[in-house]
Design a binder for this molecule. Structure first.
Ligand code: ADP
Ligand code: MG
Length: 251
């Protein structure tokens, strides 16, 4: 699909990352329109997290371009991505377990030298209210349930005032009741104009928030389009069943 570099809000082209002999990501290209919400799926090890790492500046690509409003940021450090409004959550929440929920939100915001503590705290309380975690403001992060930790992880990303939000497995290991809540938060953030990429294995949950989905297998994008169509794509079906067969062989 041709990428219109001047009009796309965010795009990558020819993105590549190799770890020794492993082609974790190879020739990856896609574009996101402003305000779009897209799923990114694929078997374990297909390169989804490596992609998120690269497009947030956590990992330098070996090749390719990352265009944020037309400016190539492939060589930029992570703090510059954050400043341009690109934020992510981690597959395994990266919380300060011995700090309170409120402190966990304030700390990332203070990496911006322009942010004052009082302002950060006010915004943190707003984020907690949005996530319906206000009653836990003074609890230690380590005391939260798995799902609540996922919510706090999302809150930490929101403190960076992102325009593009990349969520790495936000539904994994979350209790069904909280799952519904996380889905609703993602929908609401998208309605408010956030551009969002959701990586997860829970296809039902993914389908309830996106209409477009991209599929990766062995580092490459093998499909990109309307969910129902993509999930019928024989190459996609094969990537999933093929990977399950490999897991069985490995046991
Ligand atoms: P996914 O998120 O889709 O499960 P990853 O992006 O985590 O996949 O991994 C893609 C491939 O790159 C896998 O083969 C993984 O083992 C490898 N990989 C990821 N990170 C590293 C790393 N830091 N060092 C070496 N290999 C890595
Ligand atoms: Mg991953």
């Amino acid at each position: 699909m041709p990428v219109e570099k001047d009009t796309a809000f965010f795009s990558v082209s020819g993105l590549a990352k190799h770890f020794g002999g492993i082609h974790a990501v190879e020739g990856l290209s896609f574009a996101l329109a402003r305000g779009e919400i897209v799923g990114l799926i694929g078997p374990n090890g297909s390169g989804k997290t490596t992609t998120i790492n690269m497009v947030t500046g956590a990992l330098k690509p070996d090749g390719g371009a990352i265009l944020v409003e037309g400016i190539d940021m492939a060589r930029s450090p992570a703090n510059l991505f954050a400043r341009r409004g690109v934020a992510r959550t981690f597959q395994v929440p990266r919380l300060f377990r011995r700090m309170t929920v409120l402190e966990n939100l304030i700390v990332p915001a203070l990496s911006d030298p322009a942010e004052r503590r009082a302002g950060a705290e006010e915004r943190a309380r707003g984020v907690l209210a949005f996530l319906r975690l206000d009653h836990l403001a003074d609890s230690y992060a380590r005391a939260l349930s798995g799902g609540q930790q996922k919510l706090l992880e999302l809150g930490r990303a929101l403190m960076l005032k992102p325009r593009l939000l990349l969520l790495d497995e936000p539904f994994a290991g979350v209790h069904p009741r909280l799952l519904e809540e996380i889905i609703e938060h993602i929908r609401s953030l998208n309605r408010d104009g956030h551009t969002i990429v959701v990586v997860d294995h829970n296809l039902e949950a993914i389908q309830s928030v996106v209409t477009r989905v991209m599929v990766m297998a062995r580092g490459r994008k093998i499909a990109d389009g309307a969910v129902a169509e993509v999930l019928r794509n024989p190459e996609v079906v094969h990537a999933y069943t093929g990977s399950r067969a490999t897991h069985r062989e490995a046991r």
